[in-house]
Design a protein around this ligand. Structure first.
Ligand code: GZL
Length: 326
């Protein structure tokens, strides 16, 4: 009988020890499992050229902070060479993932091949790239810029009954949004022979250059200007300033449409100076880190994760401005 108690006692002790980690693995003891390593992500950002870009940066950096991600942030001031330098550094630091907002479409094959060799997944945000081998990046999270250009042109055609002299402010030369917003806009204009782009020039997505280029358009063509199509709100706001300084009436005599949907655009629509803007959502932070988690767990992700965009007009701007998040 006594032996039975002994057996029960041993079993109890043995079972408890099964549940407890071996002494050597006690937290803090030598050989203890390493504390959960922080996810480390390298983020190469284009720069800070527009309100949209600032909103995108804040969304990604804010989400990294919230999730306790070790985010290495590099602002390239609009220079591809600086982005390539940043990516090379991230690879040397053996980050777990790279997030890249590529300033232009081409010139990425070499550095992305190095990331692939280092087995570091690359998540593209907001702008696409042209590479010989699309396995060099895992996915692109962005809007469809061609569709944004189509939406802007269809709205303008309706607004002008298909007849106007259009002056176009293009984004950064070689950048996917500049190439594709132009492509989509022109695709629709082909259906309206009297809706014509009279002059088109890059203003690099900035407000200052948008004002400068518009001043030159006004100097050469003045009252002939009936409509302005700007590839982003910042350039549109610069153009609006130039038109007002020339005594012209943006939003009334001159129809102005742009893309992004930043707060400044809604304020200009409420003031009646901007007619419409096509939203291009920059708040990608949560989706970026959810996607990195999926990729690291081996889950398959779409090659193109498309943001949805809506068009807003000055007629409905006042109702929605209060709920805008950027
Ligand atoms: C679009 C983004 C563009 C914005 C501009 O995804 O790349 O760059 O439209 C920004 O405001 O400068």
């Amino acid at each position: 009988m006594k032996w039975m108690w002994m057996v029960a006692l041993v079993a109890l002790v043995g079972c408890k020890s099964e549940n407890k980690a071996p002494a050597s693995a006690e937290a803090g003891a030598p050989g203890a499992p390493a504390a959960q390593k922080k996810l480390s992500v390298g983020f190469s950002q284009v720069g800070a050229e527009s309100a949209w870009r600032t909103a995108e940066t804040q969304s990604i950096r804010g989400e990294a902070e919230k999730r306790g991600v070790d985010l290495k942030f590099a602002d390239a001031q609009g220079k591809q060479a600086q982005q390539i330098q940043a990516l090379t550094s991230f690879i040397a630091q053996k980050v777990d993932a790279i997030v890249l907002a590529p300033v232009v479409e081409t010139g990425w094959d070499v550095v992305l091949s190095q990331a692939k060799q280092a087995n570091i997944p690359v998540i593209l945000v907001d702008r696409g790239i042209k590479v010989t081998d699309d396995s060099l990046y895992t996915t692109l999270i962005a809007s469809d810029f061609v569709e944004e250009g189509r939406m802007a042109a269809e709205w303008l055609a309706k607004q002008t009954n298909g007849k106007a002299n259009v002056y176009e402010l293009q984004g950064t030369t070689g950048a996917a949004p500049a190439i594709d917003r132009k492509k989509g806009f022109e695709e629709v204009l082909a259906k309206y022979p009297e809706l014509k782009i009279v002059k088109s020039q890059s203003a690099d997505f900035t407000r200052a250059k948008g004002k400068e280029v518009m001043e030159a358009f006004i100097k050469s063509d003045g009252q002939q200007i009936q409509a302005v199509y700007a590839h982003n709100d910042d350039m549109a706001l610069g153009a609006i300033q130039a038109l007002e300084e020339a005594g012209m009436k943006p939003g009334e005599g001159v129809t102005v449409i742009s893309v992004d949907g930043v707060k400044g655009a809604f304020e200009a629509m409420v003031a009646g100076k901007l007619n419409a803007t096509v939203e291009c959502n920059p708040l990608m932070g949560p989706l970026v880190f959810d996607t990195i988690t999926k990729v690291r767990s081996g889950e398959k992700v779409e090659k193109f994760i498309k943001n949805t965009d809506r068009l807003f007009e000055k007629t409905n701007a006042a109702q929605v401005i209060g709920s805008r998040e950027y």
